[in-house]
Design a protein around this ligand. Sequence first.
Ligand code: GDP
Ligand code: MG
Length: 305
Amino acid sequence: MTEEITQAQLKRCGYVAILGAPNAGKSTLLNALIGQKISIVSPKVQTTRTKILGIQVTAGAQIIYVDTPGIFQPKRRLDRAMVAAAWGGAADADRILLLVDADEGITDEVRVIVDHLKSTGRRAALVLNKVDAVKRDSLLGLAQALDSEGIFDTVFMISALTGDGTKDVEAWLIGQLPIAPWLYPEDQLSDIPQRVLAADITREQLYLQLHDELPYQATVETERWLDHDDGSARLDQIVYVQRPGQKAIILGKGGRQIKRIGERARAELERVFERRIHLFLFVKVRENWVDDRERYDAIGLDFNA
Ligand code: GDP
Ligand code: MG
C-alpha cells in the first residue's frame, strides 16, 4: 500500500448550503472561508439573488458551498423565485449550516427557516455569527434556545468578519463530507459564470453608491464580454430599472453618478478578474422587468417558482 493510494481513498467532496436570514453574514462567511471575493458582501439586505457556489480545497477535501439568497416570506414573484432557489440549494446539499445573527437573535425569519428544516426532517449545524458584537451571556441563552429545537448536530460561535471560529466550522465540515472524488479542478474557486459575477460586482456598486435612493428593483446584466488580444476585456452591461425617475437617479447630474459607479465597478472588476477592463454601462427602463421571464433566466432564477 503506497501512501498515494491511502490519500486518494481519503479524499472528500460535497455540497454545503449556507442558510440564514438576509444580513446574517452568509456572504462574509463564504468569503472568509474561501479567502477570495466570490459572493457579494453588502450592508444592504438581499443583494444575493442567484445561488452562488464557492469552492474550497483544504486538507484533502473539496467543499462546495452554496450561498443562498436570504429566506423570508415571499409575496412578489421575484421574492418567490429567490426563496425557491434558496431551498433548492439546501435540498441538494450534503450538509446545511444555519447562520444566525447573534445580535438579532430568533427573528421571524429565523423561525421560518427552523420550522422549514423541522418539517422536512433536515438537520443542520447552528452557526451563531457576529459574536464580536454581542455579550457572552446573551450568546449562551440564544444557543440554548435554538439547540432545544432539536435539529442541530452541533453549535459554533463565530465572527465571520474577524475570522474568529471559522476554522472550527471548516474542520467539522471536512469530517462530515462523504469520501468521494472531487467534482471540480483543484484551482477552481467558483463556477458562477464570469458574466454573472461581473454583473453582481456592478450591482454591488449601485447599492453602495446610491444607498437608499434606489429600491431593489434594479438588475444588471452583462450583455457582451469581449476578450482583447492584449489581455484586457470589454464589458457592456445594462442596468435595468423600472421607472424613468430611477434612471435619472442612476445617471445623476450631468451623468456624474453613473460615471462614479462605473469607475468603482471597473476598479473592482479589475481586482477580481486580475486584468484590465473596459466597462460600458447602459441604463434601460423596463417597466415590468420583475415580471419578465427573460430577466429571470438571465440571473438563473425560476420564473414560475
Ligand atoms: P448576507 O446577507 O447573509 O450574505 O450577509 P453579508 O455577508 O452581506 O453581511 C451583512 C452585514 O453584516 C455586512 O455589513 C457585514 O459586514 C456584517 N457582518 C457579517 N459578519 C459579521 C460579523 O461576524 N460581525 C459583525 N460585527 N458584522 C458582520
Ligand atoms: Mg449575501
